[in-house]
Design a protein around this ligand. Structure first.
Ligand SMILES: Cc1ncc(COP(=O)(O)O)c(C=O)c1O
Length: 231
């Protein structure tokens, strides 16, 4: 709010992600009133509220992550999950912005990519048909809870952050990520990727058996970290 006041009439748009998902850090979910306050500030000051849902889109809600957090952006960008890895992105906006958008000349060689469009349609149908987000939430919760429990049992302190479908873990008592890099390296050698510095992604293909396997591997890697770093 301070910045909006300081730059009054100079702010055209505020772009936010649905939650804070930095690299090299814990993920932070929004405070309960964050989006309601932001929406009000934008409305009161004639500012367009844009949601960068490139990373979280279709992992929290089929209707965009704003539906999950209960607010209404003016513009939303999707990519990544929208076509299950096919190269597609989409920007959706409220009707009031259509006229302005139509005055912007914007084109691209692959705008008519039929394969990507077909992939997106099929992806969205399948995500809905399989109730994929509910499944990914369940698998992600199993993974997050399992990691916390295994670390505790080995006397290690970890911070598990983010929504279950986009989890991340790091060791609490370090800032140089040495334990985390060791943990990840050991896991990769055993066939499981836990990115050391970037959030992870659950997908519909992850089944209970996969999570159990990942947790088995994690337990062995916790053992290595405990032995080498002592806590
Ligand atoms: C939240 C977020 N926004 C935007 C981007 C960039 O997307 P693109 O490479 O399609 O421009 C990324 C890429 O990882 C992202 O995670």
């Amino acid at each position: 709010m301070d910045l909006v006041k300081r730059y009054k009439d100079d702010v055209a748009c505020i772009i936010v992600t649905p939650f804070h998902h930095p690299a090299f850090g814990d993920q932070v979910l929004p405070a309960p009133s964050f989006f309601a306050d932001l929406r009000r500030i934008c409305d009161e000051n004639g500012i367009v509220l844009a949601l960068d849902d490139v990373r979280a889109g279709f992992r929290l809600s089929m209707h965009g992550s704003h539906a999950y957090f209960g607010f209404s952006p003016d513009l939303t960008c999707f990519s990544k999950a929208i076509a299950n890895g096919y190269t597609l992105s989409a920007c959706l906006g409220k009707a009031a912005l259509k006229a302005a958008a139509s005055r912007v000349f914007f084109t691209g060689s692959f705008f008519g990519g039929a394969v990507e469009m077909a992939a997106a349609l099929a992806t969205l149908d399948e995500l809905e048909r399989r109730d994929a987000i509910a499944h990914m939430m369940k698998m992600g919760t199993m993974l997050q809870d399992g990691l916390k429990e295994l670390a505790r049992a080995r006397g290690l302190e970890v911070v598990v952050s983010g929504p279950p479908t986009i989890p991340y873990m790091r060791f609490a008592n370090e800032t140089n990520f040495r334990r985390m890099q060791r943990f990840s390296g050991e896991a990769a050698r055993r066939g499981v990727i836990f990115h050391p510095h970037h959030n992870w992604f659950m997908m519909e293909a992850h089944k209970e058996e996969d999570i159990r396997q990942a947790l088995d591997v994690a337990d062995k890697c916790f053992e290595v970290v405990k032995k080498e770093f002592g806590g």
